[in-house]
Design a protein around this ligand. Structure first.
Ligand code: C2E
Ligand code: CA
Length: 621
């Protein structure tokens, strides 16, 4: 017996449930048979038979009413049910005997038909269970064996009796053949549908996988009210989490995170796109409301997740996409792909939620050669530096400038620095680019000094290069030639990856007289512990908070607390993104040291900066 047809408690449970569902058919059939055949047998025998059969059905129904398809029956329960089925089928088949006794040779024919029907029915309804098959067809088969007695007593020949017995046996063999063919078909179909089902599931969590999501969105109808948004939700520092709590608990954690999201969105289906990324879709009237929903999803993560004895803090980045942000020239970039890319865009912009930005994504086809083009552009004058002034809020004087890289591409026009700086970070081109920027910035600072303009020069220093020993040496050499104070603006994200080496490098820079500025404070992974541990001189408050100060009192509060935090730690405070007079005055009133932003000046080339500075000096003087 192969494993597939071996009876299990589950197989029998399924037969019980199927028989329960068919009880009306059996009882109805019994009534019809009794009414039709009582014309041959007389009412009393038919009535007695029908009563016994219906009672047997009722008893079976009551005894097994609690069994469900999932009930696992032990061996004893299985054998008991086998006996019940045999008894029930014995009773059914016994009507053939009643017919043979009461209706002469006509009754013998009817008996043969009844048993044949019972055998065929047994083959059809036994499902995957051999036991059920045997219980269904053995009773009528046994009854066939007593036919010769009736044939002979009614004057029939031994040959007729033998022929009927043989017909009965063939009937049984045929029934088994039908059963086994049906079973094979069923198994093939079940295997196919199971394979299809598994192909759509994430094996670890049991959540629908990326294929399932893509298939669903490919055929998703337009939402009646509003727009369908897809949110890709990536768990921060997932590898670190898995290392800390282990694989099994990480799977539990993912399931719990998915359950929380599902609750927020009225039991929406949450899927798993990749190891650390889940996905959910929802309908929102507009993008702002979608962003609010994303914020709700994020808020769900503020309560730690309890896993065994652990309580785990989880934070997420969310990328949103909608049908309308499709990139025209890239057809195979699905809405799910775009939501996933938006997560990366959120991470790069140090935001917790971002909508897919097609402009930022650019054109991947042409981006493939962007880095080699950048290397050439550094030499052929396409890449240059612009400088954005920083003003001292007490004296009103311009005391420093930030060097910002610019690339004027002959075909593409201006390439956004966020795009190629991030690419350079990812592809290992960042060190060469940074070295170029520093050298040019130092040379320009010398040129400014020669023109009588003394300013501190700030250069953006990607955290990724903090453990690049060669670049560090290069920077220390460059710094010796600087015509004034030199400052490195460092973003926080990368430092967290290599805290030890980063710290040593920063200590060396400071020892050499360079100023270290913590860039974009407030966005990304800011933590107080980080501020405590990083050797810095300046805290640069992210423009996201400064730009809205005039409109949002909460931002005023946050900026004020960042300023006082900086001062408490002995750091200078710098606000970037100052766009209006009101914000500038607020910053001055709260004691912020330096301000930078479009209100004071936009980033500009060196010659424009010289004019700007000379102009200011003339006006002041
Ligand atoms: P960042 O370091 O936060 O630089 C400030 C960005 O804010 C600059 O954008 C600047 O033009 C912009 N900005 C300044 N004032 C205002 C304002 O009042 N309102 C608004 N809305 N924006 C303002 P930019 O030049 O596009 O640079 C973007 C990012 O690219 C920089 O962000 C920095 O992370 C990176 N980056 C630029 N140049 C370099 C570089 O030489 N090296 C490295 N590693 N990164 C660079
Ligand atoms: Ca900066």
């Amino acid at each position: 017996m192969s494993d597939g047809v071996k009876d299990s408690g589950l197989d029998i449970a399924r037969v019980i449930v199927a028989r329960r569902a068919q009880i009306r058919v059996r009882v109805g059939l019994c009534v019809v048979i009794a009414i039709v055949f009582q014309t041959l047998t007389g009412p009393v025998p038919s009535l007695i038979w029908a009563a016994v059969y219906v009672a047997a059905q009722a008893a079976e129904y009551v005894t097994y009413r609690r069994v469900t398809p999932e009930t696992v029956l032990d061996r004893r329960a299985r054998l008991t049910f086998f006996a019940v089925m045999v008894a029930s089928n014995m009773v059914f088949a016994s009507f053939g005997i009643v017919e043979a006794i009461y209706a002469g040779s006509w009754g013998i024919v009817c008996a043969g038909l009844l048993w044949s029907g019972a055998i065929l029915n047994g083959a059809i309804v036994s499902g995957e269970s051999r036991l059920a098959l045997a219980a269904s067809i053995v009773p009528p088969l046994l009854h066939f064996m007593i036919v010769p007695y009736f044939v002979m007593t009614h004057g029939g020949s031994a040959a007729i009796a033998f022929a009927i017995m043989l017909a009965g046996l063939l009937n049984g063999v045929g029934a088994i053949a039908i059963w086994s063919a049906g079973l094979n078909l069923l198994r093939t179909a079940t295997r196919a549908s199971e394979t299809a089902r598994l192909a759509m599931l994430d094996p670890e969590t049991g959540l629908p996988n990326r294929s399932a999501v893509e298939t669903r969105f490919a055929s998703m109808p337009q939402a009646a009210e509003g727009t369908v948004f897809v949110a890709a939700i990536q768990i921060d520092r997932f590898a670190h989490l898995r290392g800390a709590i282990g694989h099994a608990l990480t799977v539990d954690l993912l399931r719990e995170v998915a359950a929380r999201f599902s609750r927020v969105l009225d039991d929406a289906t949450v899927s798993r796109l990749s190891t650390a990324t889940l996905c959910v879709d929802f309908v929102a009237p507009d993008a702002n409301s979608a962003l609010r929903t994303a914020a709700l999803l994020q808020a769900e993560m503020t309560t730690p997740i309890a896993l065994g004895d652990n309580r785990v803090d989880v934070s997420v980045k969310i990328g949103l996409s909608e049908p309308g942000d499709a990139v025209a020239h890239i057809n195979d970039l699905s809405i799910v792909d775009r939501a996933t890319i938006a997560v990366d865009q959120a991470r790069t912009a140090r935001l917790s939620v971002a909508r897919f930005d097609p402009a930022l994504y650019g054109s991947p086809g042409t981006n493939l050669s962007l880095m080699s083009e950048m290397t050439r552009a550094l030499d052929n004058g396409q890449i240059s530096l612009h400088y954005q002034p920083k003003t001292d809020l007490r004296s009103g004087k311009i005391v420093g400038v930030e060097a910002l890289i610019r690339w004027q591409h002959p075909q593409r026009g201006a390439v956004r620095p966020d795009l190629f700086v991030q690419m350079a970070e990812e592809t290992g081109h960042i060190a060469g680019m940074t070295a170029w920027v520093l050298r040019r910035a130092v040379e320009d600072q010398q040129a400014l000094a020669r023109a009588g303009i003394d300013v501190a020069m700030s250069v953006n220093w990607s955290g990724v290069v903090l453990n690049d020993a060669m670049l560090t040496e290069w920077a220390l050499n460059c710094a010796r030639e600087a015509a004034g104070p030199l400052c490195l603006e460092i973003t926080e994200t990368a430092i967290i990856g290599n805290p030890e080496i980063a710290r040593q490098t920063l200590d060396r820079f400071r020892a050499a007289g360079l100023c270290i500025s913590i860039d974009d404070y407030g966005s990304g992974l800011s933590s107080l512990a980080y501020l405590k541990n990083i050797p810095a001189d300046e805290l640069k408050i992210d423009k996201a908070f400064v730009m809205n100060m005039a409109k949002d009192p909460v931002d005023v509060l946050l900026v004020r607390s960042a300023v006082s935090l900086a001062h408490s730690l002995g750091l200078k405070s710098v606000a970037e993104g100052v766009e209006d007079q009101g914000s500038l005055e607020l910053l001055a009133a709260m004691g912020c040291d330096l301000a930078q932003g479009y209100l004071i000046a936009r980033p500009m080339p060196l010659h424009a900066l010289m004019d700007f500075m000379n102009d200011r000096q003339r006006k002041a003087g």
